[in-house]
Write a protein that binds this ligand. Structure first.
Ligand code: UFG
Length: 336
């Protein structure tokens, strides 16, 4: 199978490309390096011992995208990772987020239609469940009530995909709702590298542990959770990447359909669980202070991951210890 991967040099994209290559799939990658580095390409080749085609283009540039489809008539399906993903930034720059994420996806889908490529895997997020649903989140729950433009772009694109499928059910679409990906490939050659001061928990913790940042601020310890800190479903990025392989394989087998899957472990860990496990596994200290709650945060959410298990034969296999060890390993190899 030949798969076009947009945003393939990014954090989740690069791990997925490794798994696709390991499963003997042919990969054609697009990335504009707006939030990644060219070195990632070499590192993927080092890990897998395999090669792939690469185009340095913006996925929303119709002319350049068409060139990719013209030059690669064998493309069977597309996995779309391209897009902006910083929640806080999306509040400051909503137009940029709607243009890049929503218009970009539309250009991609329209081009796919033109070249009769109708298998599409989309990177969605647990954020589409909004604030009202009970936990654990199940795919059949209503979506909506997102609290920032980033989340709303995911919601809109999900709706666009449902409308496309309704209009033409020869499409094969998988919407994957990610929970909180952390960790990195065990080689330490690829990983997460947010620009500037990180917003997400694990990138912040590793920078505190290596001394680049002074201390972690824990956003609230008065939530109605087991220890008062926020609870999330952290998933190892390699497990997440394997979920994409299962999804694109399913689309390749099925005649057509639109499928939605949660990709999470089904287990919730608190911020203090993460800090304590990280300290234990890495032998590093993570000084922290408790501060006010962060606006827009929910107390607790995690996945019901049964559907992906039953229909894709996929489960997250790696433990929280693995996630902490591998997150740290990447930092030790790259930033210290
Ligand atoms: N947290 C801290 N201190 C920090 C950073 C985070 O205490 O410096 C806490 C948060 O309050 C929360 C938990 O750690 O309780 C996780 O926060 P993250 O920012 O790592 O992740 P979120 O759950 O807020 O958001 C993530 C992704 C979004 C996605 C969302 C829902 O970043 O893209 O999950 O899937 F939309």
């Amino acid at each position: 199978m030949s798969v076009l991967v947009t945003g393939g040099a990014g954090y989740i994209g690069s791990h997925t490309v490794v798994e696709l290559l390991n499963n003997n799939m042919e990969v054609i990658m697009i990335d504009d390096f707006s939030n990644s580095k060219p070195q990632v390409l070499e590192n993927i080749k080092k890990i897998t011992g395999k090669d792939f085609k690469f185009y340095e283009i913006d996925y929303s540039n119709r002319k350049e995208l068409e060139k990719v489809f013209k030059e690669n008539p064998d493309i069977d399906g597309v996995i779309n990772f391209a897009g902006f993903k910083a929640v806080g930034e999306s509040v400051q720059k909503p137009i940029d987020y709607y243009i890049n994420n929503v218009s970009g996806a539309l250009v991609l889908l329209d081009t796919m239609k033109k070249y009769n490529v109708k298998k599409f895997v989309f990177s969605s997020s647990a954020t589409v469940y909004g604030e009202e649903n009970e936990i654990p989140y199940v795919e059949t729950m209503k979506t909506g009530g997102t609290t920032n433009p980033y989340g709303t772009t995911k919601l809109f694109i999900e709706q666009i995909l449902k409308d496309i499928y309704k209009s033409d059910n020869s499409w094969d679409i998988a919407i994957l709702r990610y929970f909180n990906p952390i960790g990195s490939h065990e080689s330490g050659l690829i990983g997460e590298e947010p620009q500037g001061i990180p917003n997400n928990l694990m990138p912040y913790i590793v920078r505190v542990a290596c001394g680049k940042l002074k201390e972690l601020s824990i956003f609230g310890n008065d939530y109605p959770t087991k220890d008062g800190t926020g609870v999330r479903d952290y998933i190892h990025v390699v497990d997440l990447a394997k979920g994409h392989v299962k999804a694109i394989e399913k689309l390749n087998k099925e005649r057509s359909g639109l499928y939605i899957y949660n990709l999470g472990t089904g287990i919730g860990y608190s911020v203090l669980d993460i800090v304590n496990t990280f300290e234990k596994v890495t032998n590093q200290k993570v000084p922290y202070k408790i501060v006010e709650r962060r606006e827009g945060d929910i107390a607790e959410f995690y996945a019901n991951a049964e559907k992906a298990k039953n229909e894709l034969g996929w489960i997250a296999e790696k433990s929280l210890e693995d996630m902490c060890r591998d997150s740290w390993n990447y930092i030790v190899k790259n930033l210290t």
